[in-house]
Each structure stands twice: as C-alpha cells, then as structure tokens.
Design a protein around this ligand. Structure first.
Ligand code: 6PG
Length: 482
C-alpha cells in the first residue's frame, strides 16, 4: 500500500508530526537530508509503527499515493527552496508540496506562484504548539492552492487539536501565503502575551515584593478567570519550578530575550499596512531592549532611577493588575485582527476572522478560553473593525479601565517599565478620542512643506494650503499618503 504523505525533516517538529499522523491512521514516509537520522528514527520513536523510511527523494516519491503529498518540516529559508527545486523534477502535475515551517509569507507567495506555473500545488501551513502540540494536536493554519486542500484536509484536521466541541483547530485560511501570514500574526500575538505576563510578574515581584510561590498561586488563580490560557498556565509552572538549591529557577535566568524574527516581521508588516499594531511592536522592542544587558547595567549605575516599592493593599493591587493584563490582552488581539483584516482586504484573501480565532482556540501557544469569545464576536459581526467594540469585550474594557489606569499610572510613578500595558492603554485612549491633535501636525506639515490639509468645515477630499508666514508661495506640494 502506498503512503498518504511524505515528511521531510526529522527535527523535533517533523518527528512528532509524523508520529501524530501515524497515530491517526495515516501512512507516512519519513526522509531526512542526513539519511542516518531516518534509521535512528525508525529504530527509535517510530519502532513498531506503520511509518516507513526513504533513502532518497526518489525513493520517497516512489512510495507515495497520487496526488503525492510531500510536507517539508525544515528550517525556513533557502533550504525550503533547495528541497522544492529537487522535488519538482520528481513530481507530476497535480502533486502537492507543503511547507510546514515558520516561513515569512512573501516567500510563500513567491513559491506558490512559481509552482503553480509548473502544475505543482503548493500549501504554506503555519504549525503551532511546539513539540507537544506537534505530537498530540497542533494548531495548523494552511493556505496556498485551494485545489490542494481537499487532499490534505483529512490528514491535517485529523491530527490537529480539537476544541471541547470537537472542532479541529485547523481550517483552510486562504490563497497564496495567507496561512503563513496568519501564523506570523499568531506569533506576534504570542510575543505580546508573553511580554504582558512578564510585565505583570515584574510588577508583582519588584513593585509588590511578592515571592515566586505567591506569584505561582496568583497565576494559578488567574488561570481560572477570563485569562485562562496556556501561557498563564506555564507561567505558574515556571514560578513553581525550583533549582537544585530550592530557589526558583526563573530568578537565575539571564534577562536577555532571544527572538527568531516572526514578531519583528509582524511589526514590519503592520508599518507597511499602516496599522497601529502598537502592543506587539512594543513587545519586540522590549526584547531588543532586554538584550542590551551590559548597557542597562551601566545605565543603572549612572542614573538614580530605582524602582520604588508600591504601597497599599497587595491583594487589591494584584486584582487591579489582573484587570490591566486582561484589558491589555484584548487590545493586543484587537490590533492583531486589525492587521489581519487589512492584509485580507489588500490581498483579496477573504479571510474568515472567526475561523482564525477557532484555529487558535486549541493546540497553539496562544490557545485560550478567550479565543472562543473572539470567535463569537466575529461570528456575530464578520465586519467588526475593532474587537473592543464587540459588546462582550467592550464591557470588559470599560469595567477594567479604572484599575488599568491605576496600574499604569503606578508603574510610571514608581519607575517600573511596563511598555505593553501602557502602550495598550495609550492606544485605547487614542482610539476612543474623536479629535486628536493631528490638526496641529497637519498645520506644521503645511507650514514647512506646503503639504496641505483638509478642513473640518469643508467636505473630505478638498485640500487647502495656507501661506502661513506671508513669505511662502501659494503653490502646494502634491497630496499623497503612503
Ligand atoms: C509556535 C511558536 C513557534 C516559535 C517559537 C520561537 O507557534 O509553536 O510560535 O513557532 O518559533 O515559539 O519564537 P521566538 O524564538 O521568536 O520567540
């Protein structure tokens, strides 16, 4: 019997996805560039399963049922192109190549277009959930050639995580690089969530002087509220993990954050689309700032700017902090969906925002109860421009606002850095202000560069220029926005 799918790349994600496919009744051929790894896998984790190995790409292709489905689980970048180039001459029209890596979506657009010309169907699928997700149920975000989807759907929906209602956390996202785009935004949101949780931890530790055990108990409690999520759950676990000397291990970890680029791509993309994705972008900058460790150590010595202790009832502060975290998280997701919406319209992807929330509901790193509410919001109103205007989320934002302001104000008063909680609040303040000071900005642009402005007492689209000093001319520069 020929195999259902071939998987190339036997690193941790590849191996676990293969085992998951096998558990779900699919026959898989495994291949790795260093062929010795195939034997190790077959003799190790894959022993006693239906998984078969391949000794070469030709061997892999010969073992597959048609249309052949070959999934690449290799490092994003040139390696993907190299495998595609080697596979194409071995495949037939209608066969399917899937890239399951963390690829930057413009690369997926390019590969999709070039393979389409060759009659090969291409899918770029975001896969989230780390090692455990891949093994027992990841979130999968496939996009690319819609004609390929019916062939891949049973496998992907079979191995994906399921919601409590039994729905697969995997559905067709859209054409071209839409799947990898949605995975990129997922990762941006992941960066935002992680930074927000880290800020809450910092506030409790440095501001309120709470111990790791106390914070573990607080995050455990928070995980029973609207904040119920994988990242809050693992934060509690991390705080409870003791090093050999009995101290919390987390306190011994160097405070410099790494990053592989997906959060940065999200921020760059938001700037390109003109979407105020402030929180995620600030979370990327927070990682950049953290990595300037030596400079920060010197600057702390040079400045007298210590973090001051926060006075008052600790339990009340902790509850205010919970509200600040929840409200900020809503803003982050609202901004993320603003970006998804803009990209969907610009690329003509017709993305279903409720489905995106469903795909993130389980299996992935940002999985949470909250995503069920986001799905409901977009199902009730698919045109919702700002998630914060959905009644459920609006009520939470409104009720959390006083506590959120108190927390952010206190962070400024005590010198505790909270870039994302404060950025989220600043965003909401701006978004809910009908008249911003951009009139002054426009006047300045017109003053020094004759860039023109619109007037509140004239219809939109009519542009005016004023000779502000009497010395300039009446000629205005062309009006265009990037
Ligand atoms: C996932 C994660 C994963 C990501 C890592 C590392 O969805 O399973 O997003 O894809 O690569 O978490 O990301 P950074 O190194 O950029 O933090």
């Amino acid at each position: 019997m020929k195999a259902d799918i071939g998987v190339i790349g036997l690193a941790v994600m590849g191996q676990n996805l293969i085992l998951n496919m096998n558990d779900n009744g699919f026959k898989v051929v495994a291949f790795n560039r260093t062929v010795a790894k195939v034997d190790e896998f077959l003799e190790g984790p894959a022993k006693g399963t239906n998984i078969v190995g391949a000794t070469s790409l030709e061997d892999l292709v010969s073992k597959l049922a048609t249309p052949r489905k070959v999934m690449l689980m290799v490092r994003a970048g040139d390696v993907v192109d190299q495998f595609i180039d080697s596979l194409v001459p071995l495949l037939e029209e209608g066969d399917i190549i899937i890239d399951g890596g963390n690829t930057n979506y413009p690369d997926t657009n390019r590969r999709y277009a070039s393979l389409r010309e060759k009659g090969i169907r291409f899918i770029g699928a975001g896969v989230s959930g780390g090692e455990e997700g891949a093994r027992f149920g990841p979130s999968i975000m496939p996009g690319g050639d819609p004609e390929a989807w019916p062939f891949v759907k049973p496998i992907f929906q079979g191995i994906a995580a399921k919601t409590e209602q039994g729905e697969a956390c995997c559905d067709w996202v859209g054409k071209e690089g839409a799947g990898h785009f949605v995975k990129m935004v997922h990762n941006g949101i992941e960066y935002g969530d992680m930074q927000l949780i880290s800020e809450a931890y910092h506030f409790m530790k440095e501001g309120l002087g709470l111990s790791a055990d106390e914070m573990q108990a607080i995050f455990t409690e928070w995980n029973k509220t609207e904040l119920d999520s994988y990242l809050v759950e693992i934060t509690a676990d991390i705080l409870g993990y003791k090093d050999e000397d009995g101290e919390a291990l987390v306190e011994k970890i160097l405070d410099t954050a790494g990053q592989k680029g997906t959060g940065k791509w999200t921020g760059i993309n938001a700037l390109d689309h003109g979407i105020p994705l402030t929180l995620i972008t600030d979370s990327v900058f927070a990682r950049c700032l953290s990595s300037l460790k030596d400079q920060r150590v010197e600057a702390e010595k040079a400045f007298n700017n210590p973090i001051l202790a926060i006075e008052g009832d600790k339990a009340q502060w902790v509850d205010a902090l919970r509200q600040a975290l929840l409200a900020s998280k809503i803003i982050s997701y609202a901004q993320g969906f603003m970006l998804i919406r803009e990209a969907s319209e610009e690329n003509d992807w017709s993305l279903n925002y409720g489905n995106v929330a469903l795909m993130w509901r389980g299996g992935c790193i940002i999985r949470s109860a909250f995503l069920g509410n986001i799905r409901d919001a977009f199902e009730a109103n698919p045109e919702l421009a700002f998630l914060g205007l959905d009644n459920y989320f609006k009520d939470i934002l409104q009720s959390c606002l006083p506590a959120w302001r108190k927390v952010v104000a206190k962070s400024f008063e005590t010198g505790l850095p909270m870039p994302c909680m404060s950025s989220a609040l600043t965003f909401l303040n701006g978004y809910t202000t009908a008249r911003l000071p951009a009139n002054m900005l426009q006047a300045q642009r017109d003053y020094f560069g004759a860039h023109t402005y619109e007037r509140t007492d004239k219809p939109r689209g009519e542009f005016f220029h004023t000779n502000w000093t009497g010395k300039g001319g009446d000629i205005s520069s062309t009006t265009y926005d990037v």
